[in-house]
Design a protein around this ligand. Structure first.
Ligand code: SAM
Length: 203
């Protein structure tokens, strides 16, 4: 099933930016400068997709971008080249990253934790590769703060999880305390469906 979900992203890749343009404008775009603008030093972005965050990183960061879909990675490479950015691209899985412990000052992930197969595993991996005191920067669509929206999201999950591996009822922020991460700042918008989090690695 995981492999089928990865192939789905491969098939979507050439049309992803076009298909998601409306949602990008209305729901996703505002989170990108919030998240990427806080990145410093050696930065890892997990699940880079087509590279929508790339224009928002501060000049001078050292970027590594990981992605499981080779076709999405190819789109991100193209965008980095168009922007004249030097990026180290890695084809890999958020749940088992072939990257050393404590190697990054900042780990970023946007709109990817909603579709990784194992949320806790991916967050553990992100924490492992973060240096003590480093920043974890997240943005995603999450379980709403309104009960009636959450009820709709729970109904959507019964279809979207088995068919597309897409979760509407997750909330990564709720898992960070168990990993020892301290939330420094967070914001929710769009009926609490979009959440941005800046957390710090202990140490
Ligand atoms: C909705 S797209 C978001 C892309 C991008 N982060 C953004 O903000 O536009 C989700 C991306 O996560 C990637 N992805 C899903 N599961 C993954 C995993 N286990 N490891 C790495 N990437 C993964 C998909 O291939 C896809 O490119």
């Amino acid at each position: 099933m995981d492999r089928e979900h990865a192939r789905r992203w491969d098939r979507l890749a050439p049309r992803y930016d076009q298909l998601s343009a409306g949602m990008e404008r209305r729901l996703l775009a505002a989170s990108r400068p919030w998240v990427a603008g806080r990145a410093v030093g050696r930065v890892l972005e997990v699940g880079v997709g087509t590279g929508a965050n790339l224009p928002h990183y501060p000049v001078g960061v050292e970027l590594t971008c990981l992605e499981r879909s080779a076709a999405m990675l190819a789109q991100a490479r193209r965008r980095a080249s168009d922007l004249g950015l030097q990026v180290d691209f890695v084809h890999g899985d958020a749940g088992a990253m072939d990257l050393p412990d404590g190697a990054f000052d900042t780990v970023v992930s946007t709109f990817t934790l909603c579709c990784v197969p194992d949320l806790d595993l991916a967050l553990r991996e992100m924490t492992r590769v973060l240096r003590p005191g480093g920043s974890l920067l997240l943005a995603d669509h999450v379980a709403s703060s309104r009960w009636w929206v959450r009820a709709g999201q729970a109904a959507a999950d019964t279809v979207s999880v088995p068919l597309a591996g897409e979760h509407f009822g997750r909330r990564p922020r709720a898992h960070l305390g168990a990993l020892g991460l301290e939330v420094l700042d967070s914001e929710r918008t769009a009926l609490g469906v979009i959440e941005r989090v800046h957390a710090r690695h202990p140490g």
